[in-house]
Design a protein around this ligand. Structure first.
Ligand code: COI
Length: 362
């Protein structure tokens, strides 16, 4: 039976003034809407107890499995308000499929794609007032679906009870400086994911393990960290929370190929698909750190950017490492800005949706 996520509305809805105040300075992931979607999976009965309920804390027993063994996966997508007031999602089916791929890796249950879409659409519909206008920039409602082992049990095995939920947060740019180019720390001390590990899954553990390198980078004036592959330390993989791409003087758009240790970003895939339409040649292949740094130093790689749902496209100013720095520049590159505008224009309904990527909610 399909899930419906029926609404139990809050008795204390936020006032338009409160929402307007949050929209004026939302930050990223700081404020949350009035409701959240929930559902429970039980080993002996499948999914049930689906609902949209007032936003609020979960009550978790101290022995809840996720608190001990991190059996958890999540997603990130956004709802965009178009100029006519309508609200749209961007390729949400991809997030549904990736959630299930992550769930399989973490021994969590799959959620049917239609149920995922219903959970998002019911939540966005009831909290539609929280979806900001684009504000000439990239304001949106960030949606965070997640699933975790919610069984009181300390044995190490897949949980027999799992909670699925979606929360929503009005957001501005992920990086406080907006499209100001960021510095990237290239860590040689830490790895993000190994062969056969969870690198391709969107699970909290990957992000927890990136934090120490992220802080190492912050000590060197960097706001993201770049990881090499754990096996050889030679190949470029991804950043702590997003994918990486570079642009050559000859018009190639190069990004590391998916190897099983890299997250299959929806933004990454969308950019690769759009690149040809923008006069770039998309190339997904193994790419060494040495190649990137040599070609930056020789002037052959002219731009680099981080990409992800949260970051959209954020230009890279400089890669820094213990071995030296490789400087691209303090100004966002024209190709980066062109791709950035092209994807935002589709998301905000300012350009034709030629790929059929948008799905209307309201
Ligand atoms: C996203 O881009 O949606 C992510 O999940 C990345 C996270 C660093 C916010």
């Amino acid at each position: 039976m399909p899930l419906r996520f029926p609404l139990t509305a809050t008795d204390t809805p936020s006032t338009p003034e409160k929402i307007a105040g949050i929209h004026a300075d939302p930050g990223f992931g700081v404020y949350f809407t009035d409701h959240m979607a929930v559902a429970t999976w039980r080993k002996d009965g499948g999914w049930s107890d689906d609902a949209v309920v007032p936003y609020g804390p979960f009550q978790l027993d101290p022995s809840t499995a996720v608190l001990h063994y991190a059996q958890e996966v999540f997603e990130g997508l956004k709802a965009y308000r178009h100029a006519d007031g309508s609200i749209w999602l961007f390729r949400p089916e991809r997030n549904a499929e990736r959630l299930n791929a992550s769930a399989r890796r973490l021994m969590l249950p799959e959620l049917p794609v239609d149920d995922f879409l219903t959970s998002i659409e019911e939540l966005v519909t009831v909290d539609a007032a929280w979806v900001p206008d684009a504000h000439g920039g990239e304001a949106s409602l960030y949606l965070r679906p997640f699933m975790f082992a919610n069984e009181s049990f300390l044995g190490v095995r897949a949980a027999h009870q799992v909670t699925y939920s979606v929360i929503a947060s009005p957001v501005g740019p992920y990086f406080a400086g907006g499209v100001k180019p960021v510095n990237i720390w290239v860590t040689d001390a830490y790895s993000r994911a190994g062969k056969g590990g969870t690198g391709a899954a969107k699970c909290g553990g990957n992000y927890a393990s990136s934090l120490i390198a992220q802080y190492e980078g912050a000590e060197h004036g960097c706001s993201q960290v770049l990881f090499a592959d754990a096996g050889t330390g030679v190949n470029t993989e991804e950043l702590g929370g997003m994918n990486i791409m570079v642009v050559t003087a000859g018009g190639e758009l190069i990004t590391p190929a998916l190897t099983g240790t890299i997250l299959e970003g929806v933004t990454r895939d969308s950019i690769l698909t759009m690149a040809g339409e923008l006069g770039l040649t998309p190339v997904a292949r193994p790419v060494t750190l040495a190649e990137i740094f040599e070609r930056i130093d020789s002037g052959d790689i002219v731009e680099a950017f981080a990409c992800g749902t949260a970051a959209v496209l954020t230009p890279v100013a400089e890669f820094r490492s213990h071995q030296g720095n490789h400087v691209i520049g303090d100004e966002p590159g024209p190709r980066t800005m062109q791709i950035r505008s092209a994807i935002l224009d589709v998301q905000y309904g300012r350009a034709d949706d030629v790929h059929g990527w948008l799905r209307r909610v309201v």
